[in-house]
Design a protein around this ligand. Structure first.
Ligand SMILES: *[C@@H]1O[C@H](CO)[C@@H](O)[C@H](O)[C@H]1NC(C)=O
Ligand SMILES: *[C@@H]1O[C@H](CO)[C@@H](O)[C@H](O)[C@H]1NC(C)=O
Ligand SMILES: *[C@@H]1O[C@H](CO)[C@@H](O)[C@H](O)[C@H]1NC(C)=O
Ligand SMILES: [Zn+2]
Length: 393
């Protein structure tokens, strides 16, 4: 009990003692009644004060210090009911994904170009239009490339920057610069599957889940969502360790220098990443995704069961058997991509890249007319369920 409520209790006692009067029965009854009323009023005030104290003492209580390394290993997904799954999935809107999210990406957008700036504006303004309240930051830097120094800009968006832990969802928004020799000078490479569609899927995911994410933020959840749109994923010339992954190499290094929670001596923003989910080369029909990493097998499993569940509920289209996208029975070599700089620093990774690549990968034929709408819609639905389960939406 706090000092404030002890004082209230003492004044209640004083009231009872003050209830003396001459001996006339009517007066005594009246005084007794009056005193009872006062007592009642004090009791109510006391109750109010006590309940106020309860909340303030919760704030004063030493909060369990989050253990960033341990908590991610014991994190459990929520189990939405069939009705909740149906509601979540019904929020995904294919026409919004196709027109509002995807179309603005379908231009040449190599690092430092005007198209790159246009696409950054699209991503920022879409995130700003949502009600969840994203903190959007442009992470700009300059790097040497085979074409001289170039300015790059990653886009970082965090739902609740103060949350101890983050589920990170990423794609790269730049396009590869295609050698002139391989194309008609008038043609431009727009990289529909690589990676306009994955980026549009991420925008649709946060749009579909907007109300839920807003609530997650209000609840000050332990795990929040972070989005990263990488610049400079592609090599300018031939893929080498120094000519590729410009944005992700920069960001992994940058995050490894930022103490988190703020002031921490042992952990950084990289430790705050529970899981790094990278989407790439998505949009062709019949994609297959396999898991490459032992330490994230249980989260891959979560994608497998989300696909199965949606199939059983009849919520996927042109989906003839229950397991076609996420395959545990297939082994494929890992693919070098923007997750590498994070993986090398010990961040758990789920790499959602379609294997094998479509035949038109890194050719001028990677255009929007080849994007298979049902596949993208269904995969977005699987991811909506995955995010809702991971974050407990
Ligand atoms: C889907 O999005 C489109 C375009 O943004 C919009 O016109 C339509 O009303 C939406 N449909 C539903 C069911 O919300
Ligand atoms: C690159 O960024 C720097 C610093 O932000 C700026 O001064 C410079 O003009 C930029 N260069 C180009 C080519 O945009
Ligand atoms: C995607 O889901 C829709 C129903 O929501 C289904 O009709 C379609 O067959 C699925 N397509 C693919 C390629 O999985
Ligand atoms: Zn590529």
């Amino acid at each position: 009990m706090s000092r404030r409520s002890r004082a209230a209790a003492a004044s209640t006692l004083r009231c009872a003692a003050a209830g003396t009067c001459d001996q006339r029965p009517v007066c005594r009854a009246r005084v007794l009644l009056l005193c009872l009323c006062i007592l009642l009023a004090f009791a109510l005030t006391l109750g109010l004060i006590l309940s106020e104290n309860e909340t303030s003492s919760l704030e004063d209580m030493p909060i369990r210090v989050p253990d960033l390394n341990k908590d991610k290993l014991t994190h459990r997904p929520s189990k939405p009911t069939a009705a909740q799954v149906k509601r979540l999935v019904s929020e995904v809107n294919w026409s919004r994904l196709w027109y509002a999210q995807l179309q603005p990406f379908l231009i040449e957008r190599h690092p430092g170009s005007r198209g790159s700036r246009t696409v950054r504006r699209h991503i920022s303004s879409l995130l700003d239009s949502l009600s969840a309240g994203w903190s959007v930051e442009i992470d700009s830097f300059n790097s040497k490339t085979p074409r001289g120094p170039i300015n790059f800009s990653n886009i970082l968006a965090v739902l609740d920057p103060n949350a101890p832990r983050r589920l990170l969802l990423a794609c790269h928004y730049d396009t590869k610069i295609m050698p002139l020799a391989s194309r008609d000078p008038k043609q431009v490479f727009i990289g529909a599957t690589d990676s306009a569609v994955p980026c549009a899927m991420i925008l649709e995911l946060v749009t579909a889940l907007d109300i839920h994410l807003k609530m997650l933020k209000q609840q000050m959840a332990q795990v929040t969502l972070q989005l990263v749109f990488f610049d400079g994923g592609e090599a300018f010339e031939k893929w080498t360790p120094s000519d590729s992954l410009y944005g992700s190499r920069h960001l992994a290094e940058h995050m490894s220098r930022i103490p988190h929670p703020p002031g921490s001596e042992h952990t950084t923003l990289l430790h705050a990443v529970d899981l790094f989910v990278l989407l790439d080369v998505i949009g062709a029909p019949s994609p297959m995704f396999v898991n490459h990493f032992e330490n994230t097998a249980r989260w891959f499993e979560q994608l497998v069961s989300a696909e199965k569940r949606l199939h059983k509920l009849g919520l996927l289209s042109f989906h003839p058997s229950e397991q076609i996208y996420f395959r545990k029975d297939v082994i494929m070599d890992p693919v070098e991509d923007d997750h590498m700089p994070f993986l090398q620093r010990g961040v758990p990774v789920l790499h959602m890249i379609a294997t094998p690549f479509p035949s038109y990968w890194h050719t001028m034929e990677d255009t929007a007319d080849k994007v298979h709408s049902h596949t993208v819609e269904n995969l977005t639905k699987v991811l909506v369920v995955f995010l809702a389960e991971y974050l407990g939406l």
